[in-house]
Design a protein around this ligand. Structure first.
Ligand code: KG4
Ligand code: ZN
Length: 333
């Protein structure tokens, strides 16, 4: 089954053709990062306008790269939630029109489910159940993936997402948006023990996380140093911060692993590209005798191939939509 998938939840306009949830026939990602950089973050109104301008060309390219025409596609899939509402609406409206015009089924996909499904492309033998850490710019969840379409959230951040905290700290030391990747690049030249940062205490659920206190602590440290005229070593700060975030994520993830007894750990979302997190997860899983699945760097950030992968399993589960489909800014997995 060949699915044409569309993703427009944030600042990437993307389309892909994926066969049977596992084989990518084409994947096109048009990023708007350069434009949003000027404002230090994504400007929703600009994102929606650029999606509207780009979506036709991106979808046409995905079809032609796959060597297919619209009638040869079996279904149209689209990210319907969660994300920036104006941005999502562009993709949903376009997909509805395409599905109606071509007489094909329409499959709505949850963006977080899509991030998880990036791993089905990268690891052909991966099947649920498994325990998944979803770490992106907007979400940080520990999820028990019981089946392709059944999820149980075990823990989540109470405030900032891990990626958001990377980006805000990066901005305080002068890196452009999205700074997480720049922090990662310089962290290899720094000392992880140069700074001791606080680890959050979260009351209530032992699996929940928090990054806002850590982020504020680091930003205050940078501002106070600037006021005193002291130099901050960006490499040391990036190394110490990345190490602290990775440690916090691993601590809760492996607590959840002990609780669920799952033997496979899967990681998904933009922050799964982080080298310190990848190294720590690799070492911990090896030590504990667990299988670790990481997406390749090309599938960590937003793309439509992951949406096409998840869409296949949504279709098998009967989760299709009609022309009344609407986009939703928030939705649990
Ligand atoms: O999944 P994604 O592309 O978009 C959302 O759905 O949010 O994630 C983007 C986030 C940004 O916060 C970005 O800074 C972060 O992922 N990110 C990284 C790295 N690459 C992307 N954070 C740390 N290290 C990286 N290498
Ligand atoms: Zn995403």
């Amino acid at each position: 089954m060949k699915i044409l998938a569309i993703e427009s939840s944030c600042d990437e306009t993307a389309a892909a053709v994926v066969e049977n949830g596992r084989t990518v026939l084409s994947s096109v990602v048009n990023t708007q990062i350069e434009e949003h950089k000027k404002y230090g973050g994504v400007v929703p109104e600009i994102a929606s306008r650029r999606h509207t301008e780009n979506i036709c060309g991106v979808v046409e390219k995905a079809l032609s790269d796959a060597g297919l025409t619209l009638p040869e596609i079996d279904a149209v899939a689209v990210t319907a939630a969660p994300g920036l509402i104006g941005a999502l609406l562009v993709g949903v409206g376009f997909a509805k029109g395409l599905a109606a015009a071509a007489g094909k089924p329409l499959i709505p996909v949850n963006h977080l489910r899509g991030h998880i499904a990036a791993n089905y492309i990268a690891h052909p033998d991966l099947e649920p159940p498994f325990l998944c850490l979803v770490v992106s710019g907007g979400h940080t969840h520990i999820i028990d993936v019981q089946d392709y379409t059944h999820f149980h959230v075990i823990g989540r951040t109470r405030d900032d997402a891990a990626g958001e905290s990377f980006d805000k700290v990066a901005r305080s030391i002068g890196f452009p948006y999205p700074g997480g990747v720049n922090m990662d690049k310089v962290s290899g030249q720094g000392n992880i023990h140069a700074y001791q940062f606080p680890h959050p205490k979260v009351d209530g659920s032992e699996f929940d996380l928090s990054f806002s206190g850590l982020k504020t602590y680091v930003i205050n440290l940078v501002h106070n140093a600037a006021q005193r005229g002291e130099e901050i070593c960006r490499e040391d700060l990036a190394a110490s911060f990345g190490h602290t975030v990775a440690t916090i994520l691993c601590e809760k993830l492996f607590l959840a692993q002990q609780h669920t007894g799952r033997k496979t750990i899967v990681v998904a979302g933009g922050v799964s590209a982080n080298s310190q997190l990848r190294a720590m997860l690799t070492a911990e899983c090896e030590k504990r005798g667990l299988r670790l699945c990481l997406p390749p760097l090309s599938l960590c950030g937003d793309n439509a191939a992951m949406i096409g992968a998840q869409a296949y399993y949504e279709y098998l589960a009967g989760n299709t939509a009609d022309s009344s489909l609407n986009a939703m800014a928030t939705m649990s997995i």
